[in-house]
Ligand binder design. Structure first.
Ligand code: NAD
Length: 430
């Protein structure tokens, strides 16, 4: 049963002191004292724990964890933890989520969590004949693949199908690629799919007389996409200088630029991933897998393009849609090993990997809206530099109350620069 929760609309949240924000989130999400200790960095992943995660560990590396507010996704309120070092991202998505909220929030959907495993078959006399030979034993292959993970099969997942893709012209000559489609339920699924591919290889070799080389998951998980849409009334977008419809027009033109030009699309999509990666990292998921899938999907037509679309509907509202592969889990990998990821999943209060994918794609769309709205109006530097000023003050050697004093001085002077921050630190320390 999906629990009813308080609103994620928390006006003035950003102005509260850190301790108050942490306490508020703890109450909102029903966190206990040990969860709170993890959030505040007093417990959580230490070097000994990290030593179990990867090789040659010498320490841990921390990132800020912020909370994006205002999200309403499929009628449910979410507070969304984001692990990111870049200023403006959390503020940007929270602002855009408020705009979307007034239009009913985000409407998100997702495919079944079906991943692709690839098996590379070489040294066959005819790749089309080999493709027929593989399809002739399809049922045995799927049955064998289902023996690899009885937990996933027991939960309703497992092998879903086979695809054969002859590649005639490669630097190594013709080869047959076999795709195993596998429903991994709430896992990201790399280990399950890789195990299944390795298991099928000898059967494919004996059916085709060929030689199998690679057996590995594809990160272009285009059977596992998630989609989010939102509707924004033009009045919501009005600024001091520009009426709403002009801002709408500027946003649609910004989208058109990204749709037509790979140089712009790379940055447009980077903005989307600013939001999605931060949730991916916070939940202990593999953000390289997410990135690889996103950019490969953006180039699926043969020309790299925008992952999102923006247009004006019949009522003159701004409408946005984002669709991309989202291969993330709520079980497996580091999701249940990294203590902070466990607390993050509690705050999200989600039931499945699909729900997480729907949240992430909504955050991606929100971040995209925040960025192109700023770019199409005042430009991003005005807001970004004010937020960036704090990082600059710290980089210049300020600490404690001096950070805010230097930020205010630089904003008042209109010169938010590292050399000025260093000068101010020197003056204040003298
Ligand atoms: P995993 O192997 O740690 O855990 C998944 C297992 O959890 C399943 O096999 C299943 O037995 C069990 N399980 C219990 N309840 C489940 C449920 N409700 N739904 C699904 N499974 C359930 O994790 P994984 O997702 O197979 O692998 C993810 C890891 O693989 C990530 O850390 C990723 O970095 C890594 N990886 C990625 C790639 C790639 O992206 N190309 C390649 C190799 C490894």
């Amino acid at each position: 049963m999906v629990q009813q929760r308080p609103s994620s609309r928390l006006p003035g949240f950003f102005k509260r002191p850190l301790a108050e924000r942490a306490a508020l989130i703890s109450r909102w999400a029903g966190l206990d004292t040990s969860d709170q200790a993890v959030l505040l960095g007093m417990a959580g992943l230490n070097a000994t724990g990290a030593d179990h995660l990867i090789e040659n560990v010498v320490g841990v590396y921390a990132l800020p964890l912020g909370i994006a507010t205002n999200f309403l996704i499929n009628g449910r309120d979410y507070l969304i933890p984001m692990a990111v070092e870049e200023p403006s991202v959390v503020a940007g998505v929270s602002f855009a989520a408020r705009l979307a909220r007034d239009g009913g929030g985000f409407v998100a959907s997702s495919d079944d969590p079906v991943m692709i495993g690839q098996i590379q078959v070489l040294d066959v006399p005819d790749v089309y004949v080999a493709a027929g030979q593989v399809m002739a034993i399809k049922e045995q292959l799927l049955e064998e693949a289902n023996c690899c993970d009885l937990t996933i099969v027991g939960l309703g997942g497992g092998a879903r199908g086979l695809e054969v893709r002859p590649l005639l012209d490669t630097p190594a000559g013709p080869m047959l690629i076999v795709h195993l489609l596998y429903d991994v339920r709430d896992a990201m699924g790399a280990n399950t799919v890789n195990t299944a591919c390795e298991k099928l290889a000898p059967m494919i070799e004996s059916a085709t007389g060929g030689r199998v080389n690679l057996r590995i998951l594809s990160n272009l998980a285009d059977h596992r996409t998630a989609t989010a849409e939102c509707t924004i009334h033009p009045d919501e977008l009005e600024t001091d200088e520009l009426p709403g419809p002009e801002v709408v027009r500027g946003i649609v033109e910004a989208y058109a630029f990204a749709a037509a030009d790979p140089y712009r699309a790379a940055t447009h999509n980077k903005g989307i991933m600013n939001g999605m990666d931060a949730v991916c990292i916070a939940t202990g998921n593999d953000w390289r897998a997410l990135e690889a899938g996103a950019h490969a999907y953006a180039a699926r037509s043969g020309r790299y393009s925008s992952l999102s679309e923006w247009w004006v509907d019949r009522e003159n509202n701004l409408r946005g849609r984002l669709r991309l592969p989202v291969a993330v889990g709520t079980i497996g990998g580091a999701t249940r090993v990294h203590p902070a990821a466990g607390v993050v999943l509690k705050i999200l209060g989600i039931q499945s990997a699909r729900e997480l994918a729907e949240i992430m794609v909504s955050v991606g769309l929100a971040q995209n809206l925040a960025a192109i709205r700023a770019l199409a109006t005042t430009g991003i530097q005005a807001g970004h530099m004010r937020l960036h000023a704090r990082q600059m003050a710290v980089a210049a050697g300020a600490s404690g109350e001096m950070v805010q004093q230097i930020v205010e001085a630089m904003i008042a002077e209109g010169s938010i620069r590292l050399d000025r921050a260093q000068e101010l630190v020197r003056e204040m320390k003298d």
